[in-house]
Design a protein around this ligand. Sequence first.
Ligand code: XLS
Ligand code: NI
Ligand code: NI
Length: 447
Amino acid sequence: MADYFVGSKKYFPGIGRISYEGPKSENPLAFKFYDPEKVVGKKKMKEHLRFAVAYWHSFCADGADPFGAPTHPHPWITNAKSPMDAAEHKMDAAFEFFTKLGVEFYAFHDRDMAPEGASPAESEQNLQNLVAKAKERQQATGVKLLWGTANLFSHPRFMNGAATNPDFAVVSLAAAQVKAAIDATIELGGQGYTFWGGREGYMSILNTDLKKEKDHLARFLCMARDYARKQGFTGAFYIEPKPMEPTKHQYDYDVETVAGFLRAYGLDQDFRVNIEANHAELAGHDFVHELETAASLGIFGSVDANRGEPRNGWDTDQFPSSYYETALAMHAILKAGGFTTGGLNFDAKIRRNSVDPADLFEAHIGGMDSFAVGLEVAQRILGDGKLGNFVKTRYASFDTGNGARFARGELSLEELARLGSSYGTAGLTSGKQERLENILNQYLLGL
Ligand code: XLS
Ligand code: NI
Ligand code: NI
């Protein structure tokens, strides 16, 4: 990666390139566990983990919440002469940050990068101007685009939804944005394009035609896919499930729901899921449950790496810090064959009272270290095979004889019932959950 922006002192003065110093380092601005070049299994850590920084949380959000004013106003915005000027300075800050942190990817929404104009045409022009600058910076630094997306939730016109809006005019305005965002993603060599349906859902069933809205959503996604493929996009399309917030009920509730939707509308060949840890929690699932579900359905794509606060019921988007969770997540990801187009995108924000410029670095360092530990633990679990073998043995009765005939669909219910009456007592085999949890704890400590 070129050092072009690392030398920059503009927005993060006093901070240089973050390097690996090992687990005992007391330097808050160093990696303790993430050693990008270290080989784990067959790949380097950086190739396994494919970290991305989220443009929106890190360079747009300013600490404002529904109860209070911004606490970290960004100099690239407050000192700017115009919204376009702010956008360009923001981009400098972003690339300075990416290169100093040493991440290889970023992700963005159209409106994170370029301000909305007075018309769709002006908005598209703004985006194209900024995309040209981003392309230069990508070339200068080697930083790549993990995925792009369109913000179809902030503008008041989307208050009743975007693709599911009851007003056709709004659906077509959403299309103008998605078309431009797809073009931008292609221009920047993006490896994926994400749809997070923030307002694709409803607040009251009394004013909602559920079937129409879902049909429209599917129609819209088909059109977007066809357009992108026609333009030569070969990357993955992701749907990012979330059960609620800002709507009461979001259609892309969780992975299983999205899988059913994709199949029902014939979209399952092109679309995969971008799984966010905090969204899994809001849906009442463990993060690893969503990952394993996606893998089992063949639609695992990418990850929005963050964590929720189990005692709060909303998307707190905190940086990941639990080794237990990252180990189980990386175990699921490695079992699924690892990332191809996807990666670990930090859809996470520093807390409102984290007001030092260094806090943004420390947050990402912690998240990257947490996943590096998770990766090493996962590799240990897979390398040793104890857990995998236990699971395999648990289902061994389906490997041969009548069990295998059942699995192949060769038995009728009558035959199965006849076999059942010959077994007498069965089923009293221990699941050994406690033993397995104890073993996992040993792996976590590297034993
Ligand atoms: C919001 C979502 C959003 C998507 C991108 O909850 O996580 O940030 O990742 O639109
Ligand atoms: Ni997300
Ligand atoms: Ni989210």
